[in-house]
Design a protein around this ligand. Structure first.
Ligand code: PLP
Length: 360
């Protein structure tokens, strides 16, 4: 069967060339005589894979040497508790900017371990914008400030980041590796792999050295960053196959010209879709222009029935997973790094034809 255009929010599309490499090496990796899936995580071959994966990530994101990179499990959702368990130390207080469903989940976990201050929120307008950073007062007596850099469900993203004395912690699950970032502005970055990094099962944490080793005394061993730093992410069995495929995705990013080129492609893809939506008599975007995500683009018509018809016809034409999140409705195109420009061009052509049929 031919490949479809997959607009899933995650797990999501991977580069075809990566999938082909995986297929080629699936039964026997190099001279190992076995699949990466069958290898000991303590073997020489796997050690080389995990080290290469880390080296590529460090190179591509220009991660400074005073940061550790961890390959963990449990998804970004586990980070919602791991962060407060490790970072609430002096003041027992965390500040949050509430920009949507994933921020809310992170907030409710942090509340179990300390005080939480919501210093800004876009809940008043259905999370359709990112609060203005100039208006923020950030109390110096907090242990960290948490943001969700890209809001997968609502389709917003931070285009700049708050400046804080306290460490800035960011959930980058849905826009890591989509554009260059200055890692030194953050105390901790985390991301589930299953959108822009690789297959589900792997969670990446980038943590500044001074934030390691201060976990709450009741923190489970597996949730203490120090455990994983001390064991170079091999304290227990890591998600070996996901790490291997992620290494291939990172190689692919380098081949594309790194994050500068990836960002340019992402800007082009998002512009194609937003430009069409903004001039359309049928479709509209619920998101404020300055806050729009490059990765997740929600859109809708004014009628539930037409939305349904659109989704049925889109599916029949090979455009899959365009349903909006169940909490928002309408449609959403998730266009991560591996979605080719051609996928957006074809989608826009299809939307334009659909619109003609409805409007005329
Ligand atoms: N944070 C963001 C921004 C997400 O988009 C998601 C999943 O889509 C999560 C957290 C939860 O990630 P996981 O399923 O890896 O726990």
């Amino acid at each position: 069967m031919e490949r479809v255009y997959n607009f899933s929010a995650g797990p999501s599309v991977l580069p075809v060339s990566v999938l082909e490499k995986v297929q080629k090496d699936l039964v026997s990796f190099g001279n190992a005589g076995m699949s990466v899936m069958e290898m000991s995580h303590r073997s020489k071959e796997f050690e080389e894979i995990i080290q290469k994966c880390e080296a590529l990530l460090r190179e591509i994101l220009e991660i400074p040497t005073n940061y550790k990179v961890l390959f963990l499990q449990g998804g970004a959702s586990t980070q919602f508790s791991m962060v407060p368990l490790n970072l609430l130390k002096h003041f027992q207080t965390a500040a949050f900017i509430n920009t949507g469903s994933w921020s809310k989940k992170a907030i409710s976990e942090a509340k179990k371990y300390g005080d939480v201050k919501i210093i800004a929120s876009s809940e008043d307008k259905n999370y359709s914008y990112i609060p203005k950073l100039e208006d923020l007062y950030i109390d110096p007596s907090i242990d960290y400030l948490h943001i969700t850099s890209n809001n997968t469900i609502e389709g917003t993203k931070f285009s700049s980041f708050p400046t804080t004395k306290a460490p800035l912690v960011a959930d980058f699950s849905s826009n890591i590796l989509s554009e260059p970032i200055d890692v030194s502005k953050f105390g901790l970055i985390y991301a589930g792999a299953q959108k822009n990094i690789g297959p589900a099962g792997l969670t990446i944490v980038i943590i500044r050295d001074d934030l390691i080793g201060h976990a709450n005394t009741l923190c489970p061993t597996m949730l203490d960053y120090k455990t994983h730093v001390g064991a170079s992410s091999l304290y227990n069995t890591p998600p070996t196959f996901s790490i291997y495929v992620s290494m291939l995705v990172l190689e692919w990013i380098k081949e594309q010209g790194g994050l500068k080129q990836i960002h340019e492609n992402n800007l082009l893809k998002a512009k194609l879709l937003y430009d069409f939506i903004d001039q359309s008599p049928l479709f509209s975007s619920p998101v404020e222009i300055e806050s729009r995500s490059l990765m997740n683009i929600p859109f809708s018509t004014s009628s539930e029935e037409i939305n349904k018809q659109f989704l049925v016809e889109a599916l029949a034409n090979g455009f899959v997973n365009l349903e909006g999140h169940r909490s928002v409705g309408g449609m959403r195109a998730s266009i991560y790094n591996a979605m080719p420009v051609e996928g957006i061009e074809k989608l826009v052509q299809f939307m334009s034809q659909f619109e003609k049929n409805i409007v005329e």
